[in-house]
Design a binder for this molecule. Structure first.
Ligand SMILES: [Zn+2]
Length: 123
């Protein structure tokens, strides 16, 4: 499994097999951000220090900017939507994608600090 695929499927960065989140569904609202303490496959610590995932703001922010820019170009330039409905659509769009964006941000963030172990991945 490649790094990009491990991030998209929210797998442990070390073995790329164990799940980073308890629930697969990002819209299981009460448990959407619940993560196991350790990887069920390789035992990698997922909560390396208190507040570790506060730093994931730095990885989810570029995703938000990318989505905002793309949607703005599509709706304002191509569709030529008026500003008020545009802001309503943009807000709803970003709000509804929040669980997915936050989870992706966390998956990217932990992948920066935990190195992939190919031996674990092959087993
Ligand atoms: Zn693992």
């Amino acid at each position: 499994m490649s790094l990009a695929s491990a991030i998209v499927h929210q797998k442990c960065p070390r073995c790329r097999k164990g799940n980073l989140f308890v629930k697969k569904n990002p819209y299981a609202l009460n448990d959407a951000l619940k993560m196991p303490d350790r990887c069920a496959v390789c035992g990698q610590d997922f909560k390396m220090e208190p507040g570790f995932y506060i730093g994931a703001l730095w990885t989810s922010f570029p995703i938000v900017i990318f989505l905002m820019t793309s949607l703005s170009i599509i709706l304002l330039v191509i569709v030529k939507m008026d500003l008020y409905p545009f802001f309503a659509v943009l807000t709803l769009f970003l709000f509804s994608l929040q669980p997915i964006i936050i989870r992706l941000g966390r998956a990217i963030w932990i992948s920066i600090f935990v190195e992939y172990d190919p031996e674990l991945g092959e087993r």
